[in-house]
Unconditional design. Structure first.
Length: 127
């Protein structure tokens, strides 16, 4: 058992051959979560594997406003990653090894970290 959220509201929705597709906007609608609901008997991983850029663009262009009764689990996800290796491989290694000595001897970046938190709940929309 997991805590669920329920709402009936206008959302952009489309139908594909094997699944339904819903756009769930966040905040001031600059970000969205897209929900794919495979038809009964379809396997989500197989449906996702068939999506490419062209089919994604086609699906998003077909979205239309529709009243939807939505039930989703409430959840949160966190992701954290140190980016030192990634940035070094992109040519920024000097920044981690005292590459700012011309500005200030001994000045360097010890760590660059990316952290993202996604919270999905029924918090009211902001206007």
């Amino acid at each position: 058992m997991v805590p669920m959220m329920h709402m009936e509201e206008q959302f952009q929705h489309a139908r594909a051959d094997r699944f339904g597709f819903l756009r769930l906007p966040y905040g001031r609608e600059k970000l969205s979560m897209y929900i794919l609901l495979p038809d009964e008997g379809e396997i989500l991983d197989e449906v996702i594997a068939e999506l490419d850029e062209a089919s994604w663009n086609n699906l998003t262009s077909e979205l239309q406003e529709k009243t939807v009764i939505l039930a989703l689990p409430r959840y949160s996800v966190e992701y954290e990653k140190a980016l030192n290796d990634v940035l070094s491989n992109m040519g920024m290694g000097l920044a981690f090894a005292g590459g700012f000595s011309g500005i200030n001897p001994g000045l360097f970046i010890s760590e660059v970290k990316h952290k993202a938190i996604i919270v999905v709940n029924e918090k009211e929309k902001r206007s």
